[in-house]
Each structure stands twice: as structure tokens, then as C-alpha cells.
Design a protein around this ligand. Structure first.
Ligand code: M6R
Length: 627
């Protein structure tokens, strides 16, 4: 979604901002713009469509100045156009604003400002901020920003520059992320996430809700928006991402790079958590719990909370919801604990009967998904203890929960989530394993056997990735079809959902995932010779396997094209399906990290064959920060 970059203290500010905006392209956008201040005047350039257009305009006539702000816009209020693109300016042309989020009461504010004589040129909600700041400006920009923000309702991360105070960037945040990167005293980059920052510095300050920062050549100063006299002391933190983590390297697409990173990420997760001797695992992030910003001194660990909860409720959206479903099956099977998985967007508005005895576990790659964040807040309001499973360190969700676990998967740039999914699944599997050990449902011997299986997983993943050729050939054959069905049972049902989501996101082919047994309750009506059905049939339990085979026969009797993802050694399945992709076997609850890989690769190759924009599919945003 929208992205913000601001620079102060660099004589090539405009160019650096342009580079920063390119680093934010992965979030999804449809227009972009930059404002710098040179000789006490604002200089502005905007473009619709790709940043390349802005770059062309920039190369023809660079924006001068050592201070500026930039923005990538993902349209919410008004079509993508030059007028609607940020930065927005006031009537005097002296104040420029970029904004992520939504100003909910912009219609009434706009009416009022028009009555007072302000002239609007866009349909954007953000433009009211520029005019409101103008209205309150009397020589002190931070005070004017504060007065303006006191009147708006909604969510925002903003950056403001004023040509009359050419040595200051003002930033402020309410429910939309903002990070300050400290290059050196008096030289800063601000951005809506750390990706553009990591190229210039690894020292960052995360801005929290109701905070404003004044950045100038003499240093930075952070205060409460509601009370500018209240200084806020913030910790300077280190980003643990390397520069190359956010670059494509030798890969054609970020998605392919990220698929290839999976064995290493899963290996790091496994080896940093297993305790071989004890046939178990440990999670440092669940050792101490924070409630209302205070450490829980009851001595209870996160694991105690999970074991004693009346229910574990998992929240997530999209791919993170799919990994939650796998977590549900694993925790129920291995530890016998009650789990429910909810779409965060629904949970928030349903009267979900959450009590203080429930434990909420929120899953989010970005840690910024507005639906998930709001569901967490609602659960907290109802008294539940909340944990997070998040990739982006320091993100809003990571800071909102009482405890949790980081994936440490590095930046995921491809809009279609891959490495975050397998990282989430392996952590949830380890958590289920740990809970099973605590409950006594998994003996020491069994624990050691599971660890042996875990140790083999990275190599098994690598073998699947290395054996990409057959999947690519299959993709070439199937790319012409317009509809796909994905089926699986038990742990492979969420994998089927994930496979279908990957395909529709990046190739724009309509795809649905179903539990295999549900096919006869409706989707079977769709089956004909033009319907490829990907059946994830790695199950070995006789009862389930036999049922999946019956489903396959039902599809074949209706002339559907069946692609089976099967376990190595299952020779007989080849005779009844059209195509088979073999993958190695492991414990049932670990199978998804293997079975999902051919589905990721299939979606990837189909999208490439169709000439789609794999990393930045149309209409999608990497980090969905609006509801
Ligand atoms: O950052 P989050 O994990 O909270 O994001 C949730 C979804 O928006 C995300 O998984 C989305 O569905 C991906 N594009 C899936 O590939």
C-alpha cells in the first residue's frame, strides 16, 4: 500500500527519495510524487503509473535541495491521477504533506475549509491535511501540524515540509507505521518501513501512535502529538536485515528468490529452537509476557498461558490465515488443546466471545495488517492475552502484543507470500510439538524421532526446489486454462487453499481451494475437460488416502485433468492421474512445508509463462494497512 520516504541533511535529497520510493514499490502503488525545498521554495514532481515515469521526469530536471518528502500512492479516495497523487500542498504552495492511512472525517473538514476560502484540486482525503495545517500555521510548523491532527479522525502516518521552515521535516503517526533512520546527527531518512532505510543506516527509531518527531539539521526531537511539551525518550534499535536481503541478486523475481530462501530459513528456525537432548523445543519469545507495557511478574511463561487457556484463538489474513489453519490442526493433534482460527477482518466485527481465559495468537508477515491489528486490539479490550508471530521486527503488531515469536525470514518483497508461509508453518508446528511435550502427549522418544524428521526438512525442501523442471513443464501445459481447483485433506487442505491463492494472485487465473471431501457438495459441478484439479495427496493414513483416491476417480470420470502432489514411492497413483509431482515424506504435521513448494513453483511458472508481473500483481498491496 502507500509508502512514505523523507530525507533531511543530504544534498541529493530528491534523488535519495526517488531511490527510497523504488524500494517501496513492492508494497503496491499506482502513482508517486516527491517534494523538495530549494531556495525556500517547494519543488514538486508527480507521476501516474510506474516510478520509472517519475524517474524520467526527475532525470530531465532533478529536484534540488537537501530536504524533501516522497510518496507512493495506492488509490483509496479518487482515481490514480497527478492531482490525486501526493505530496498535497496548501493554497500558498508552501506546505507539502504525504500521508498513509485514511482521514475518515475529511468530507466535513473539506466543506468547512472550502467555506473559509481554501481551494482544493484533488479528491484525496489527504489534501485536507495540507489546508488544515495552512489554516493553523503562524510560523511554527509542528504546532500547526498538531492543531490539524487534533481535528482529524482516522489513521495516519504523515510527513510534512514547509518552505518557510526549510530545515525541518515533521512526521506523526496514528495506526500507520513510520520509522526514522538515523544516518548521522542532523541527517535522517524517514519511511513507512525499513526497506529503504536499510540501505543508508541500520540505526532506527520506531514511532508509536500519538507521537510526532521533528527532524532538523540540529537533531531529532520526539513528542506526544497531544502535548508538544511532553518529550518522549525512544530507544535507538538496530535493523538486522542485510542490504542484499532486499535485492533480487541472481534471481529473475523476488518471488523466486524467496522460494529458494525457504530451506535456509526453515533450517535456521529449526536449529535455533530444538533442544535435541530433551527431545523438545524452546521459544525465548514466549518466556516473558508483557501486559499493558509492564512485565508479567506472575512467573507464568507464554507456554503456561497457552497450556492453560480455555481456547487458543488464531487471527490472520490471507496466507497468514492459511498457516493458522495448519497450526490449528497441529496443536489439536499433538497437544489436544482447543484452537479456533479466525479471519482477523471478521473477528473484529463479530461478537466473538473472547474472555480473559482465551489466548489470542496473531499471525502476520508484515506486522502491519490493519485487520489483524484491530482484531488484536479488540481481543485485548476483552481481556485476552495476545501473542504474535510476525516477520517484520519492530512492526506495529509486534509491539502491540504481550509476547511472541519473530520469523527472522528477512524482508519478503514479493507480494505473494512464500517464505513467510513456510516460516510460520514450521514455527506453529514446533509450538504444537512443544505443547504436546508439555502435555505429556509426546514422549521423549517420540520427541527425539520428531527432531530427526525436523533435521531432514531443509534438505527435503531443497530437493523439491532443485527438481523444478517437471513443475515448469506442467506449468507450460496448464497456463492456458482459466479455472483451477485445489483439493487436500487434513494438513493438506490449508495447503490447497494456499496453492489456489498463489495462483490467483500472480497469474489472475481463477482458482479455488477446497477440502477434498467437500467437492461432492458443490464444486464437482464445475469439473469438465477444461478444469485442472491439483490434488495434494501426500497422506499415508489408509483411510484418508483411500478417500482422496475416490475423489480423484470422481474427477477423472468427469474428464477433469488431475495433477497429484504425491509422496515418493507411491507408484500406483500415477496410473489414475494425468500428472504426478513427487515430494519426499515426513511426519504428517510437517508435510505442508514440503507440499506447498510445488504449488508455489507451479503458480510462479504459470505467471511467468503468461507474462504477468509476478512480484507486483495488479491491485494487490504487500502490506494492507487499511481496513
Ligand atoms: O502481512 P500479513 O501476513 O498480515 O498479510 C496478510 C495478507 O495480506 C497476505 O498474506 C496476503 O494474502 C498475501 N498477498 C498472500 O500471498
Amino acid at each position: 500500500m502507500c509508502g512514505i520516504v523523507g530525507i533531511i541533511g543530504n544534498k541529493n535529497a530528491g534523488y535519495k527519495i526517488l531511490q527510497g520510493l523504488k524500494d517501496l514499490e513492492y508494497r503496491g502503488y499506482d502513482s508517486a510524487g516527491i517534494a523538495t525545498i530549494s531556495k525556500d521554495e517547494l519543488q514538486i514532481k508527480k507521476s501516474v503509473g510506474k516510478i520509472a515515469a517519475l524517474e524520467d521526469a526527475f532525470l530531465n530536471a532533478p529536484l534540488k535541495g537537501s530536504i524533501g518528502i516522497g510518496h507512493t500512492r495506492w488509490a483509496t479516495h479518487g482515481v490514480p491521477s497527478i492531482n490525486n497523487a501526493h505530496p498535497h500542498v496548501d493554497c500558498t504552495g508552501k506546505i507539502a504533506v504525504v500521508h498513509n492511512g485514511i482521514i475518515e472525517n475529511f468530507v466535513s473538514i473539506r466543506k468547512l475549509l472550502i467555506k473559509e476560502g481554501h481551494r482544493f484540486i484533488s479528491e484525496s482525503d489527504t489534501e485536507v491535511l495540507a489546508h488544515l495545517i495552512e489554516k493553523f500555521y503562524n510560523g511554527n510548523i509542528e504546532r500547526a501540524v498538531k492543531e490539524a491532527l487534533m481535528l482529524v479522525k482516522g489513521t495516519y502516518a504523515i510527513a510534512v515540509v514547509c518552505a518557510q521552515e526549510p530545515d525541518k521535516i515533521i512526521i506523526a503517526r496514528q495506526q500507520s507505521p513510520l520509522v526514522i533512520g538515523i544516518i548521522k546527527k542532523g541527517s535522517y531518512i524517514v519511511a513507512s518501513d525499513v526497506t529503504p532505510i536499510s540501505k543508508l543506516t541500520d540505526r532506527v527509531i520506531y514511532i508509536s501512535d500519538n507521537e510526532m518527531a521533528i527532524l532538523s539539521s540540529s537533531g531529532h526531537h520526539i513528542v506526544k502529538i497531544s502535548d508538544l511539551s511532553r518529550d518522549v525518550v525512544k530507544k535507538i534499535e538496530r535493523i538486522d536485515w542485510e542490504l542484499e536481503d532486499s535485492e533480487k541478486g541472481r534471481y529473475k523475481h523476488f518471488m523466486l528468490k524467496e522460494i529458494n530462501e525457504q530451506p535456509k530459513i526453515v533450517k535456521d528456525i529449526i536449529f535455533s529452537h530444538v533442544i535435541k537432548k530433551k527431545g523438545s523445543v524452546k521459544f525465548g519469545g514466549l518466556e516473558s509476557i508483557w501486559k499493558n507495557d509492564e512485565k508479567d511478574i506472575s512467573g507464568s511463561t507464554g507456554i503456561d498461558y497457552l497450556l492453560n487457556a480455555s481456547r487458543i484463538i488464531i487471527f490472520g489474513c490471507g496466507t497468514s490465515w492459511h498457516s493458522g489453519l495448519i497450526g490449528e490442526y497441529a496443536i489439536e493433534n499433538l497437544a489436544g488443546l482447543p484452537v479456533e482460527v479466525e479471519y482477523a477482518s471478521e473477528a473484529r466485527y463479530r461478537n466473538l466471545c473472547i474472555t480473559k481465559n482465551d489466548m489470542v495468537f496473531a499471525i502476520s508477515q508484515s506486522g502491519e495488517t490493519a485487520d489483524t491489528l484491530m482484531a488484536i486490539k479488540e481481543a485485548k479490550r476483552k481481556g485476552a492475552v495476545t501473542f504474535g508471530l510476525v516477520n517484520v521486527v519492530g512492526s506495529t503488531i509486534a509491539r502491540e502484543v504481550s509476547g511472541g515469536i519473530y520469523l527472522h525470514a528477512g524482508p519478503e518483497i514479493g507480494v505473494a507470500s512464500t517464505k513467510a508461509f513456510t516460516g510460520q508453518v514450521i514455527i506453529l508446528a514446533l509450538m504444537a510439538f512443544l505443547l504436546g511435550r508439555h502435555k505429556g502427549a509426546i514422549s521423549l522418544d517420540k520427541g527425539k524421532r520428531i527432531i530427526k524428521a525436523l533435521e531432514k526438512i531443509p534438505e527435503q525442501m531443497q530437493n523439491i526446489i532443485n527438481n523444478d523442471g517437471p513443475v515448469k513443464r506442467l506449468a507450460n501445459r496448464l497456463a492456458k486454462y482459466s479455472n483451477f481447483l485445489y483439493l487436500g485433506r487434513t494438513y493438506n487442505f490449508p495447503v490447497a487453499l494456499e496453492g489456489a491463492l498463489k495462483l490467483k494472485e500472480i497469474s489472475y487465473i481463477h482458482a479455488e481451494g477446497y477440502p477434498a471431501a467437500e467437492m461432492k457438495h458443490g464444486p464437482i459441478a464445475l469439473i469438465d475437460k477444461n478444469m485442472p484439479v491439483v490434488v495434494v495427496a501426500t497422506d499415508t493414513e489408509d483411510e484418508i488416502y483411500e478417500k482422496i483416491i475416490s475423489n480423484i476417480r470422481e474427477i477423472k470420470s468427469r474428464k477433469g485433468i488431475v495433477v497429484a502432489v504425491a509422496s515418493e514411492g507411491n507408484k500406483s497413483i500415477k496410473d489414475i492421474v494425468d500428472e504426478t509431482i513427487y515430494i519426499p515424506r515426513t511426519e504428517d504435521f510437517l508435510m505442508p512445508v514440503l507440499s506447498v513448494i510445488p504449488l508455489q513453483l507451479l503458480a510462479y511458472h504459470i505467471a511467468v509463462k503468461k507474462g504477468c508481473n509476478v512480484d507486483k500483481p495488479r491491485n494487490l498491496a504487500k502490506s494492507v494497512t487499511v481496513e
